[in-house]
Design a protein around this ligand. Sequence first.
Ligand code: SF4
Ligand code: SF4
Length: 135
Amino acid sequence: MSELNPCMTCGACCAWFRVSFYWAEGDDAGGIVPSHLTEQVTPFLRCMSGTLHKPCRCVALEGTPGESVRCTIYENRPTPCREFAMSGENGVVNDACNRARAAWGLPPLGETPPLSGLPLNAATAESSRVQLPAD
Ligand code: SF4
Ligand code: SF4
């Protein structure tokens, strides 16, 4: 029996972080991301509209975070969305996922790593590129 992917009832990361990426990912520059759903951040960076400032919510997110959500451009979503792993996926905790979930009052996913002097897992390091939107 298949279980529902927790992301389908979450969407917290799409309504918490600034989703910024190299400008050429836009479909007006040879990429696949619908450019009319993006806004400029710097000359070389653009972000999904709605994620530049707080309150943050990607314009492509449909539904209610914490209940039922859908990415309306899933096949054309930008790189940070493709690389952002759900915490617990392949047994790896993604602290950024759990921080977004906590902001929406949702419980953490994945196992808590044992305390040690080692740095956090690679997924957490990778997600350090994820930024909070500006106030
Ligand atoms: S915050 Fe985590 S669980 Fe929620 S949609 Fe994003 S990746 Fe999925
Ligand atoms: S493009 Fe889709 S996956 Fe990425 S932040 Fe927006 S709704 Fe979420």
